[in-house]
Design a protein around this ligand. Structure first.
Ligand code: HEM
Length: 402
């Protein structure tokens, strides 16, 4: 528990942080990278320029301050961040470095308002959060049997175009060992040398196949014209079968864990958000072939429908599986109902009830506005909040804590 001395300082600084959070975070990164340029290899540098990461860290600070007396509310956040940090190879010794530059940034931006008592309170609060993250990350590293920052070498054994923009990479251990299993819904970080930045960069990609198939598979979307697509585009353009990549252990807590095998499963995704869903679908069908599973997917049209053949094959093989597809702007050769069943954005209000059972476990993945719309639509249909899990690609803004 935060000390009684520090608590009022933290509580009182929430509005100040809301006002200055992004400025403090910008100042923090400037200081951090000036003192430790090697850390640029760990951070997503295009995100730095776009301001996305600034928002993410600021949100984490707000969330922590606002929930200082509610550790239960912080638990899911700690879990999400710890998984992300482990995939990035964050070490315990990084924490004092980040803590120092964060406090220096708060002092610089707040000026005289950053009294020694306020800074001491934040030092204590940061220390508590750091301790919780370090412990959670140590447990994950131990469970994987790796040292922090230890990556493994994998070979691209197959490269398969899945749609106009998505290509799958099938990976096997370069040393011939069997790759560890994973839970459907998890991701790996992939390390790539980016010559134009003179840096190594890490990106997370969901594993898109079931565990136990003798390989890991990632399905990567090309991001035209986007600086954030730097690594994805390099993978598309420069990595071929036989090439070697360095990857983290599988991480992430967006997994099927709490619900039982007789609960129907409903997987709702859009765009490249289909990737963890395909893994969950395959994993569920393999482990519990009798479990009803409904797969709802939204994309632009048939040319932008990755893994469609795989989905169609599974539909033929599994009588308890149903699928429902929305094409935003179907092409002339996209057919109803073989290719898609709804035109425009996916609207759950008009989806047949049989696809959205009241007692199902719901998983959502896709762009934030898409997930927000589906989440609201599910609640409106009487699905309880606790039945819905969702995965945000990119830094989560931790909205549920704000
Ligand atoms: C108490 C301390 C810390 C907090 C509260 C924190 C919080 C966060 C949050 C909220 C995210 C976004 C997670 C998501 O994807 O939803 C994140 C990502 C990240 N964190 Fe931390 N973090 C802390 C310490 C550290 C340390 C010590 C390092 C190591 C230098 C670090 C490096 C990163 C990196 C590299 C990312 C990914 C974002 C990017 O690539 O730019 N963090 N952290």
């Amino acid at each position: 528990m935060l000390s009684a001395v520090s608590r009022p300082y933290i509580a009182a600084s929430v509005p100040v942080l809301r006002e200055h959070g992004v400025t403090i975070t910008l100042c923090f990164y400037r200081r951090l990278f000036a003192a430790h340029p090697e850390l640029k290899n760990i951070f997503n540098m295009p995100n730095q320029e776009s301001g996305i990461q600034q928002q993410a860290l600021a949100s984490a600070i707000f969330a922590y301050a606002a929930n200082i007396d509610h550790p239960d509310a912080l638990a899911p956040v700690i879990s999400r961040i710890a998984h992300k940090h482990v995939s990035l190879g964050i070490k315990a010794e990084h924490y004092p470095i980040v803590g120092k530059h964060l406090l220096d940034a708060i002092a610089e931006v707040l000026g005289a308002a950053a009294t020694p008592a306020l800074l001491a309170a934040w030092s204590e609060a940061y220390g508590m959060l750091a301790d919780a993250l370090i412990a959670a990350e140590r447990a994950l590293y131990q469970a994987h049997g790796v040292e922090p920052g230890e990556y493994r070498s994998v070979t691209v054994v197959r490269k398969q175009k899945e749609s106009e923009t998505v290509t799958s990479f099938y990976l096997q251990a370069t040393d011939g060992a069997v790759l560890p299993s994973f839970q459907p819904g998890q991701y790996i970080s992939v390390a790539v040398d980016v010559a134009e930045l003179s840096l190594r960069q890490l990106r997370q990609y969901s594993l898109s196949d079931a565990p136990g198939n003798g390989h890991w598979r990632i399905s990567v979307k090309r991001e035209e014209g986007s600086p954030a697509g730097l690594v994805s585009n390099l993978l598309h353009d420069q990595y071929r079968e036989g090439d070697v990549l360095w990857v983290s252990p599988p991480c992430g807590d967006f997994v099927m864990s709490t619900e039982t095998a007789d609960t129907p499963l409903v997987l709702i995704s859009a765009g490249v958000g289909v990737t963890p869903m395909m893994s969950m679908l395959q994993g569920s069908l393999q482990q519990h072939p009798d479990r009803p599973v409904n797969f709802l997917y939204a994309t632009l049209d048939g040319r932008h429908h990755p893994l469609k053949r795989e989905l169609d094959r599974l539909l033929l093989q599994h009588g308890r599986m149903q699928s429902y597809v929305a094409y935003e702007r179907p092409a002339a050769n996209d057919c109803v109902p073989q290719d898609y069943q709804q035109q425009g954005h996916l609207r759950l209000a008009t989806v047949p009830d049989a696809l959205l059972p009241q007692n199902a476990a719901y998983f959502l993945c896709g762009p934030a506005p898409f997930m927000h719309a589906q989440h609201q639509a599910l609640l409106a249909r009487g699905v309880a909040e606790r039945q819905i899990r969702q995965e945000v690609f990119g830094p989560s803004l931790l909205g549920h804590l704000q």
